[in-house]
Every structure is written in C-alpha cells, then in structure tokens.
Design a protein around this ligand. Structure first.
Ligand code: ADP
Length: 554
C-alpha cells in the first residue's frame, strides 16, 4: 500500500502546501514560500516514514518541531484532513480501515507532540517573564537599598575624601560595575576634577589629577552643564569623538548631575564593559543616590569650612593671648617705672609748698598745687593699672578686712574734694548691721571704694549729693554709692564696665580719666566672687552703684 501511495507523494505535498497557506493567516505564523514548500515535503516525509514504521515517538517529535518552527495549530489540525483527502482523492480502492487507523494514529501523535511542545513553550515563556520581572525587581531593590546605604554611610561622614571614596566603592560593588567615578567642579567653574574613582585605572587617573573641561565633549561635562542625566548604551562608536571619562574597555555609561541647593557641583559617572547594560529602569535609583551624595558632599564641605574657620580663630586667639601677655608686661613695667618719679615729683612739690626751700608767692603756690593734683591723679591711674594687672594673678595673704573701716577711710579721703566741689558726701553707717568683713587684700577693697567715690564726685555738679550705705545680709556685704549727678543712659549700663570705655559726652570729657576705673571695680569684685551693678534712669537723673562681696563667717 505504501508503494502505491508513494507514487503520489507530490500530490500529498501539494495538499499540505495549500492547507499550510490557508491556515497561515489564521495561525499568524510567518513562513516564507520556500519554507512552506519545505515544510509540506517534510510533513509528507514524516507520514511515509510512519507508514513504513509506525513510530509514534518520531511522529510526536515531528509535531514538536512544527511547534518550534512556528506553524499554527490550525495547520497541524488540518494535517489529518489532508491525509484523509489525499487517500480518497487518488486511491479510493486502497483505502482500508487499517489505513485510516494508521492515519489517525500518525496524526494523533503529531498533534500530541505539537501541543505538548506548545505547552512547554508557554511554560518557558512564563518562566522567562517571571525571571525578567524578578531581575528587574531585584535590581530596583538593590538600587533603593544602596541609595539608602549611601545616605546612611555618607551623611555622617565629614571627611570629604573618605566620603567620595566610600561612595564610589560602594556603588561599584553593589551594582557590579567596572568603573565608578565622581567629578567635582573647580572654584572657577571651568573644569570637572576627578575626586574619587575605582580600580587601578581610577587610581592612576587620580594620581594624574585627571580633569575635564566643562566646555569639552565629555559626557560628564555635558551632564554638568545641561544639569541632566545621560545614558549611553553603546559608546564604542562614540569613543573617537568624545574624550573624557570613559575607560578603553567601557561599553556603556550613565552620568548623573550632583545638584546642591544652588548649583550642580559635580557628576557621578558609572560605567560597564557590557554594551546596553543600563536602561531607563536604572535611572530612578541612581538619581536618588546622586541627590543623597550631593547633600552629603555639601555637608562635608560646610563642616570643613567651619573647621578651617575655627582653626583660624583659635590661631588668632592664641596670638591675641600672646599680645595680651606682652601688653600686660609692658604696662606693668611702665607703671612700676612711673611710681618712683611720681613720688619724687609729689614729694618735692610738697616740700616746696611747705616753704622749706624758701618763701613762695601765691602764683607759685597755685602752680605747685596744680603739680600736686595732677601727680596725684597720675598716681591713682598707676595704682589702678597695677591692681588691674594683679587681678588675674594669685592673691596671696588675704585677710579679713572690715568694709566699715575701708569705707570710712575712703570717704574721709574724699571729703575735702566734695567740699571744694560743693557736694554733700555722707556715709550713712547707721544701717551697718554687722562687722561687714570680707576676705581680701585691703588695697584692692580701697580701689573699689575710691574709684566709685571719685566717679560719683566727678560726675555730680555742685549742689548735688553723694550717699554711701553699707550693710550685710546672710552671705554678703553690700556697698551702695548713690549720687544725684549726670546719670548714665540705660543702653550703656553694661558697656561702662568695659576697659577703656567712656561715655562720649562733652560734659563728661572735661573730667579726663582713662576709662579704667569701673572695669577695675568689676574685675576686682568678681575676682573675690562678688559683683557690681548700676541703676540709673538716664541723663541727669543720678546713678546708684552697688557692690556685693562674700561675707566672712557666712
Ligand atoms: P573714667 O571715669 O576714667 O572715665 P570709669 O571706668 O571710671 O572711667 O567710668 C567709665 C564711664 O562711666 C565714665 O567715663 C563716665 O562717663 C561713666 N560714669 C562712671 N561713673 C559715673 C557716675 N557716677 N555718674 C555718671 N557717669 C558715670
């Protein structure tokens, strides 16, 4: 039977061809005319093979092959019909039920082979999609995790060099990239300077201080100027045109601007030796990373700036301290040197005033009195300066001093001046409620009372009053000196205690002075654990100074 049929093999091929063409459109398979013919012949061959040796496995493999070629299921189902038609058409006399059984068996095996291949194709496709999805998800997760890790690691890094090196190493390792580099724009905004890069080549470039012109053709420069990211998926053809950040082996690159609040401060370049490695899916993660990096870089720069400024300040402070010591030493020397000549001047003036060097007339007396007054004022100033220089040095030989006596002596010393100026000076010691003793050096306490009284008399016009009060509380001794004089504007109440500060006013300047008195009072009081304050409502409304010192026996 098969010999008889074999003679009509071409007819069967034609039937197959026709059926294939008819079903091609429906099954959306794409076959070229030559392929249709080859397939039809192969189908006829497979059928005759089966007639010779009914091997269902081989027939099934043929069905699977049809599936792999992309022949649609319609064509495969139609195959049985073709075989039946072929027999009826050409050899009705040889059609037996066993032949039809063979046709059915062959077709069944082909169809089974076809569909089982089809099923596994579908499963494979599903698997491919699933793994592609998984890969994308994994990549995305790694990107986000790395962005977070970089943010975590770098945000606390205040050393810029370490921060940049850590960032490039971390990115290269996590994304298995062949080269990662960070460029920062220089101060002139003319070049992008390589600040961190991975691998051997990275080290070489860093050693060479690799830099790119911002107006040049590199991707990094372009990214910085345009403030846009760039994805280059196959750079091989571009290498001749673009000089710059690519390594010889680089095939694809992404470059991201590092944008701070005000401007783009640099760029991150990530490169791979594989072409087409980067896709738009990678952009979000890297963009987040670049933003984190930019703010970490800015933090580190701000910190470095602050540190530099602190160092400058510390240095300036050291120099100031040295100058201060030199100045103090100089003032101390000069003051000591002034003391002896001043004593001589006063001594001789006093001697001459006493008439022991011969009679003097009124004019000479006045002149000598001017010499006396001025040399006394100068002696006071020298005493102030020396006390001030001693304030910070260790105080030896402190004894319990009675403030009552100090105040009495001081007030007595100023009575003559007060009377001369037409001012009533009174110490109301009736309020004293205890010994008012203070552990101090007596000359220091005397400088406090003398300076306050001298000021009160200096700045109070004739007809005014100066009242002194003294009392003790649980732990302290309080000294109050109130006058009815020029007063002090409230906004200057703190400043008058600064060294060399004087209220700028022609009515006050006539009194001279160096602006040291109140500073000395404050520094002395504080050095004994006390304080001084002033109350004065304003110009011409008088002033009240209060000194508080720790009390002995408290
Ligand atoms: P000096 O008296 O040498 O100028 P001080 O340090 O003793 O320096 O005082 C600083 C300034 O405070 C004075 O120049 C003066 O203007 C003001 N001042 C001090 N005491 C009084 C006071 N009792 N009444 C008004 N002004 C005062």
């Amino acid at each position: 039977m098969e010999h008889q049929l074999l003679g009509h093999k071409d007819g069967l091929v034609q039937l197959f061809e026709k059926s294939l063409r008819d079903t091609l459109f429906m099954s959306r398979a794409f076959l070229r005319p030559r392929q249709v013919n080859q397939l039809a012949s192969a189908s006829a061959e497979a059928f005759f093979d089966y007639l010779r040796l009914p091997d269902s496995t081989r027939a099934g493999s043929f069905g699977a092959e049809l599936c792999h070629i992309g022949v649609g299921d319609q064509a495969v189902l139609q195959m049985g019909q073709c075989l039946r038609e072929f027999c009826w058409l050409h050899e009705p006399e040889i059609i037996t039920s066993s032949y039809l059984d063979t046709v059915e068996a062959f077709h069944r095996s082909v169809v089974q082979g076809y569909f089982s291949a089809h099923r596994s194709n579908v499963l494979e496709e599903q698997e491919r999609i699933r793994s592609a999805l998984q890969q994308t998800l994994h990549r995305y997760t790694v990107q986000i995790e790395t962005a977070a890790e970089i943010a975590r690691t770098t945000v606390s890094m205040l050393d810029l060099g370490l921060l940049l090196t850590t960032a490039v190493d971390l990115i290269a390792e996590r994304f298995q990239l062949d080269y990662v580099a960070i460029y920062l724009v220089d101060d002139e905004r003319a070049q992008a300077v390589l600040r961190a890069a991975t691998g051997e080549e990275g080290r070489r470039r860093l050693a060479r201080q690799h830099r790119l012109r911002l107006t040049g053709p590199s991707t990094v420069a372009h990214c910085i100027l345009s403030k846009q990211y760039l994805v280059a998926s196959n750079v091989e053809g571009e290498k001749a045109k673009s000089v710059g950040s690519w390594l010889p082996s680089t095939q694809s690159e992404m470059a991201f601007p590092l944008a701070s609040r005000s401007d783009v401060i640099g760029a991150l370049s990530v490169q791979s030796n594989r072409a087409g490695l980067f896709s738009t899916q990678d952009i979000t993660g890297f963009q987040i990373m670049s933003d984190q990096l930019a703010s970490a870089i800015e933090n580190a720069r701000l910190y470095a700036d602050a540190e530099r400024r602190a160092e400058d300040l510390a240095q300036a402070f050291e120099q100031l301290k040295e100058l201060e010591v030199l100045k103090d030493r100089f003032m101390e020397n000069v003051s000591h040197e002034l003391r002896t000549p001043l004593t001589m001047i006063r001594g001789y003036a006093e001697f001459m005033l006493s008439g022991q060097t011969g009679a003097i007339d009124d004019e000479q007396r006045d002149a000598l009195q001017v010499i006396m007054r001025n040399s006394e004022a100068l002696s006071e100033l020298v005493a102030d300066i020396l006390s001030m220089l001693e304030v910070s040095t260790a105080k030896t030989a402190l004894t319990a001093i009675s403030m009552v006596e100090t105040v009495q002596d001081s007030v007595a010393g100023f009575q003559f001046l007060a009377a001369k100026n037409g001012i009533s000076l009174e110490a109301d010691l009736r309020v004293v409620n205890g010994p008012c003793q203070v552990m101090a050096r007596s000359d220091h306490l005397r400088r406090i009372t003398d300076n306050l009284l001298s000021n009160a008399l200096k700045f109070t016009p004739a007809g005014g009053r100066v009242d002194v009060r003294l009392w003790e509380s649980d732990y302290r001794v309080h000294l109050e000196i109130a006058d009815t004089g020029l007063g002090i504007p409230p906004h200057l109440h703190d400043r008058i205690f600064e060294r060399f500060f004087q209220v700028d006013n022609s009515r006050r300047r006539v009194h001279g002075g160096a602006g040291l008195g109140l500073a000395l009072v404050k520094e002395l009081a504080e050095s004994y654990g006390g304080s001084v304050k002033v109350i004065s409502p304003g110009n011409d409304q008088g002033s009240t100074f209060t000194v508080i010192l720790p009390r002995v026996g408290a």
